[in-house]
Design a protein around this ligand. Structure first.
Ligand SMILES: [Zn+2]
Length: 91
């Protein structure tokens, strides 16, 4: 797996994506809110609740099926863990 993908997954799993919230924690510019939605911008917001992300997930569900419905990372991982991987093949 490419290093940049590993880094992205690590950031995602540890809620360390360079969101406005993380920038604010490091005393960077901004107030921690999404400049478009004006709500707290977290990794979950960027990947799941932001309107563009929801549109993208719509396309994913359209292409791969309704079982790809997820509202946050924990739910997404829970669904994927029960549907794919070595455990699924042993059932
Ligand atoms: Zn937003």
């Amino acid at each position: 797996m490419p290093l940049k993908i590993k880094i992205f997954v690590w950031q995602l799993l540890h809620d360390r994506m360079p969101s406005e919230t993380e920038v604010l924690k490091r005393h960077g510019p901004g107030n921690g809110s999404c400049p478009l939605c004006h709500i707290l911008e977290t990794g979950t917001h960027i990947l799941f609740s932001y309107v563009a992300a929801q549109a993208l997930w719509c396309f994913v569900r359209e292409a791969l099926g309704p079982e790809w419905e997820a509202h946050d990372l924990a739910e997404f991982l829970q669904i994927r863990a029960t549907q794919v991987g070595p455990l699924a093949s042993t059932r």
